[in-house]
Design a protein around this ligand. Structure first.
Ligand code: FMN
Length: 491
C-alpha cells in the first residue's frame, strides 16, 4: 500500500524563499530566479538562431489538442479560438499547434484534427488566425516559427467512439489489457508500416503547401512512433536493434525531404519512461481514485517494453538510448527537439505533474515537483550533451506562480533553449509576455492550478479547455455534463 502523503500546494508558498525551502525539504535541486528581468533585459526575450531564421524569444507553445474538430477531422470555432490565443501568447515558437492525425484511423478521438487535402483550407485558417493575432499584438511575425505535429495514435486510437481500436508495434505485458489489445492482428505488419510512411509524407506535403515552417514527427506519450522506439521484442526490420526501432523515422524523414524539400523537421520525444501506474486499489473508492502506484512489473524483468527506461529497474530512467536517438536526429540534420516524458495514459504524473488528477488518473503519491524537476534535469543533461540542438522543455505549468522564475533561470543558464507552455497556455496564454513586461504584474486568477479538467473532459468524450479559469469554457455547452460527471453522475 502507498504511504499517506500530504501535498504542500504551490499557492501556499508565498515567496521564492518559501518555494526554495520546500524544494530543499524534498531533497530536490530546482533553479529559481528571485527577480524577473523585463523587456530587452529579459533572457526569455532573446532571439535564437535556427538555420537562416531567428526565432524571436524563448518560450514555445506546446501542442495542445482540444478533442473539438468536426467528424471528418476538420476545423471548428473553439479550435480557431485556441490557435488565436496561441498567437496572442507572444511565443515565437509554436510547436505543433496540436496533434494532427496523418490518417483517419490514427486518430486518438473522433474529433481529432486530420491533416489531409480535405482539411487543408481549415488548417491554413488556423495558421493565418494565429499569425494575425500575433501581428496585431506584437507587430511582426517574421520571427515566429510554426510547426504542425503529425501523429498516428497507435495503441491509443479511438477514431470512431470511446472504444479503443488500438494498433500497436508489439504486444505489451502491462498495457494490452488496459487498451483493448486482444490479438496479434492489431500489430502493424511491415507492409502496413510502409503505407503509413507514405501517409506521413502526404501529410507533410499538405503542411508544406499550407506554409508550415516545420513538421513534428511525434515520438512521445506512447503514441505509435514512440512505441516503436521501445519495440525491443518485435521481430523483423522495425524491431529489435536500435537501428530497426528507428527505421520508421529515418524512412519518414527521407520521404519528406524528397517530397517537400523546403520543409524543416522537428521531433517531440518522450525522453524517458517508467512502467504504467494505477490508483492504489487499497486506498481507492468507487468515484475517487487513490494515490498512484506502479503496476506490478516483477514478472516483466528485464523490462524490454519501453524507451529511455532502466530495464533492470523500470522506476528509473536510462538516457543511453535517448542520447543515441538525439545523435541520430542531429545526423539527420534535425535541430528542433521538444522533450517530454512518459504518457498521459499510463503514467500521467511523470508527463504532466498535477495537484488534481484527471478522471482516469490517480491522486499524487508524492510531490509533483519531483516530476517537474526530473524533466528539467533530464533536459539540462541532454542540452549539455547536444549543444547544437535547440531543445524545448516541458512540464513547467505545475510551477504556477513561479513558472517565470524557473523559466528565466533555466534559459539564462543555457539549460534549455525554449520553455514550453502546455496547460498554462489554456488559462493564461500571455503569462510570460506579462512576466517579462516592465510594470506588469501576473494575473493570479488566470494561473493554471492543474485542476485537470482539460484532461478529464476528453476522457469522458467532451471537448477540452480550461473550464475552471477561462470564461469561454465556464459557459461552454460541455461545462454542465463535465460538472455532472465530477459530482458523481453517470455521463
Ligand atoms: C488538454 C491537453 C492536450 C494536449 N495535447 C497534446 C498534443 O496534441 N500533443 C502533444 O504532444 N502533447 C499534448 N499535450 C501535452 C502537453 O503538450 C504538455 O506536454 C503537457 O501538458 C505538460 O506541459 P505543462 O506542464 O506545461 O502542461 C496535451 C496536454 C493537455 C493537458
Amino acid at each position: 500500500m502507498t504511504a499517506p502523503f500530504k501535498l504542500v500546494r504551490i499557492p501556499t508558498l508565498k515567496t521564492t524563499a518559501a518555494l526554495r525551502e520546500h524544494v530543499a525539504s524534498l531533497g530536490l535541486e530546482l533553479g529559481i530566479d528571485d527577480e524577473i528581468l523585463t523587456n530587452e533585459q529579459s533572457p526569455l526575450r532573446q532571439g535564437i538562431t535556427w538555420g537562416d531564421r531567428t526565432i524571436g524569444n524563448r518560450w514555445a507553445i506546446h501542442p495542445m489538442e482540444g478533442w473539438d474538430g468536426t467528424a471528418t477531422g476538420g476545423v471548428t470555432e473553439p479550435m480557431i479560438r485556441r490557435w488565436q490565443r496561441f498567437g496572442e501568447s507572444g511565443a515565437k515558437l509554436i510547436w505543433g499547434g496540436e496533434a494532427m492525425a496523418v490518417r483517419p484511423d490514427g486518430r486518438a478521438n473522433p474529433r481529432q484534427l486530420i491533416i489531409n487535402r480535405e482539411n487543408q483550407a481549415g488548417i491554413a485558417q488556423l495558421r493565418e488566425t494565429l499569425l494575425n493575432a500575433h501581428r496585431e499584438k506584437f507587430g511582426t511575425t517574421d520571427d515566429v516559427v510554426i510547426g504542425f505535429q503529425l501523429t498516428h495514435s497507435g495503441r491509443f486510437c479511438r477514431p470512431h467512439s470511446k472504444v479503443w481500436e488500438s494498433r500497436i508495434a508489439y504486444r505489451h505485458p502491462l498495457l494490452d489489457t488496459k487498451f483493448n489489445v486482444q490479438s496479434d492482428d492489431q500489430i502493424f505488419t511491415d507492409d502496413q508500416l510502409r503505407e503509413l510512411v507514405d501517409a506521413y509524407i502526404a501529410a507533410a506535403k499538405v503542411a508544406a503547401d499550407i506554409g508550415a515552417d516545420f513538421v513534428d514527427i511525434k515520438h512521445c506519450h506512447g503514441y505509435l512512433l514512440h512505441e516503436f522506439l521501445g519495440a525491443h521484442t518485435r521481430p523483423g526490420p522495425y524491431g529489435g536493434s536500435f537501428e530497426n526501432r528507428t527505421r520508421m523515422v529515418r524512412e519518414i524523414v527521407a520521404g519528406i525531404r524528397a517530397a517537400a524539400p523546403g520543409l524543416a523537421i522537428g521531433v517531440r520525444l518522450s525522453a524517458f519512461d517508467f512502467v504504467p501506474f494505477r490508483p492504489d486499489p487499497a486506498l481507492s473508492q468507487p468515484a475517487k481514485p487513490g494515490p498512484g502506484m506502479p503496476e506490478d512489473f516483477s514478472k516483466c524483468l528485464p523490462y524490454r517494453y519501453g524507451f529511455g527506461v532502466n530495464q533492470e529497474n523500470p522506476l528509473e530512467y536510462d538516457l543511453t538510448e535517448t542520447k543515441q536517438f538525439l545523435q541520430l536526429l542531429s545526423d539527420l540534420d534535425i535541430k528542433l527537439v521538444n522533450l517530454s516524458a512518459g504518457s498521459p495514459y499510463y503514467n500521467p504524473h511523470i508527463q504532466r505533474p498535477a495537484a488534481y488528477p484527471p478522471s482516469d488518473g490517480y491522486q499524487p503519491h508524492e510531490d509533483p515537483l519531483i516530476s517537474v524537476v526530473r524533466q528539467l534535469k533530464v533536459v539540462a543533461e541532454l542540452k549539455a550533451a547536444f549543444p547544437n540542438l535547440l531543445l524545448v522543455g516541458s512540464a513547467y505549468s505545475y510551477l504556477q506562480d513561479y513558472l517565470p522564475n524557473v523559466a528565466q533561470y533555466y534559459v539564462r543558464n543555457g539549460l534549455v533553449d525554449f520553455v514550453g507552455l502546455g496547460r498554462m497556455v489554456l488559462s493564461y496564454p500571455h503569462v510570460l509576455a506579462d512576466a517579462t513586461t516592465a510594470g506588469k504584474l501576473l494575473e493570479p486568477k488566470l494561473i493554471c492550478r492543474t485542476f485537470s479538467d482539460c484532461t478529464t473532459a476528453p476522457r469522458i468524450g467532451l471537448r477540452s479547455g480550461c473550464y475552471p479559469l477561462d470564461p469561454y469554457y465556464k459557459t461552454f455547452e460541455d461545462a454542465a455534463p463535465l460538472k455532472a460527471f465530477k459530482s458523481g453522475a453517470t455521463p
